[in-house]
Design a protein around this ligand. Structure first.
Ligand code: GTP
Ligand code: MG
Length: 196
């Protein structure tokens, strides 16, 4: 299901996981990688491909949600705010949301817009993990250096403790098992709690 209004999102009380981050960071590709479906979520080399809130139902009992990217000027021209309003509404209002993944490109230094978004999530009490994407583009020692630097920046800045993180590549499925196991654990707990 795709739409731009959080009130019209599916109403089942099943856990959902959202993928958010700058345009072109690899959100849609990661969803395809996790679900082992090449073209389920639409991807593109040009930023601004995903334009709606897209729910993908998995095994009939949880959702992955693909969202439009932030920080891409051409797309947000109409709406001058950094984060489109329907995206912030989604995070503020979506009760089914159990965890969000903020994606960052592992090759880049921490970007202001990402740090601002994480700060906004923190201020609003919305739990999230960081997913580093495109790890296939770097050598292992550089991956480690960049990740350490990124997490250090968060701790030096606003965070007492860095959020949990995953290192992934949609090209070679790095991080897939770990991420799916993480989701599985939360789902098991969710259904246990909701049976009581
Ligand atoms: P928007 O929908 O525009 O916000 O972008 P997105 O974050 O959904 O990115 P998308 O998945 O469309 O990927 C953007 C580009 O990055 C595409 O050309 C992908 O092929 C490429 N890409 C995504 N993930 C990876 C990865 O893990 N490794 C490499 N090498 N390329 C990737
Ligand atoms: Mg996309």
């Amino acid at each position: 299901m795709s739409n731009s209004d959080v009130k019209k999102c599916p109403s089942e009380p099943i856990p959902e996981y959202a993928f958010i981050g700058r345009s072109n960071v690899g959100k849609s590709s990661l969803i395809n990688m996790l679900l082992d479906r090449k073209h389920l979520a639409k991807t593109s080399g040009r930023p601004g491909k995903t334009q709606l809130i897209n729910h993908f139902k998995v095994n009939d009992n949880w959702y992955l949600v693909d969202l439009p990217g932030y920080g891409y000027a051409r797309v947000s021209k109409r709406d001058k705010s950094t984060f489109q309003k329907y995206i912030t509404n989604y995070f503020e209002q979506r009760e089914q949301l159990v965890c969000s993944f903020v994606l960052v490109d592992i090759r880049h230094e921490p970007q202001k817009v990402d740090l601002e978004f994480m700060q906004w999530m923190g201020e609003n009490g919305i739990p999230f993990c960081i997913i580093f994407t495109k790890a296939d583009k770097l050598k292992p020692n550089v991956i480690e250096r960049n990740v350490t630097k990124y997490l250090d920046t968060l701790v030096e800045g606003m965070w007492e403790e860095a959020p949990q993180h995953f290192i992934t590549s949609s090209s070679n499925t790095l991080g897939r098992d770990e991420l799916l196991a993480f989701v599985d654990d939360i789902n098991i707990q969710f259904f246990k709690d909701n049976k009581k």
